[in-house]
Design a protein around this ligand. Sequence first.
Ligand code: GSH
Length: 211
Amino acid sequence: MDLFTYYRSTSSYRVRIALALKGLDYTAIPVNLSREGGAQHTADYKDLNPQGRVPALRLDDGVIITQSLAIIEYLEERYPQPALLAQEAVMRARQRAVSALIGCDIQPLHNLSVLDRLRTLGHDEDAVLVWIRHWIGEGLQAVEQLIGDHDFCFGASPGLADIYLLPQLYAAHRYHVDLTAFARIQRVEHLALQHPAFQQAHPDAQSDKPE
Ligand SMILES: N[C@@H](CCC(=O)N[C@@H](CS)C(=O)NCC(=O)O)C(=O)O
């Protein structure tokens, strides 16, 4: 499998965690999203993913899957162990709710092209930062209420919600969002950062991270 990825893309980071938790081999193909790079806008990449975003997963038979959730759900169905979703339906719904909160209600609001649109509309960097911090802070405040009191978000082993939370926390640190009020979130982060799969998937461990 080939994963089209960018080291600090939170959506790519989710998929890297899922691949690492399931112990799956893949080749990382970097797509440079930086201002100088802009590789997501090239015709070649848009042939793979018409949306011009990462991640995209290319299977060995050439099939392309886009959208981190679709990729992670595909991996879960194709390689069920270790499971990223709980056995019990309500618990699965809770895992999906936290994941959707992050993936639908936080990350899209600080995605590169959305921020660039704010800049085009005349907002300066201070205003853009206030915007980013507002949405990450408000979203994580809700996540703090929704996750459990022990170990990872919903139990002893990492699952879908942890796969979404850790990349979102990476972005929170990048934009200096204050996390001190979020004790549960900090507990999960501490635990996950010691886990080999999360370490392997971390932006700092990616070959396309600039020196
Ligand atoms: N909903 C998509 C979001 C993908 C996404 O927004 N990717 C960002 C990086 S995290 C991207 O490629 N941005 C490039 C751009 O906006 O030009 C997913 O979960 O895969």
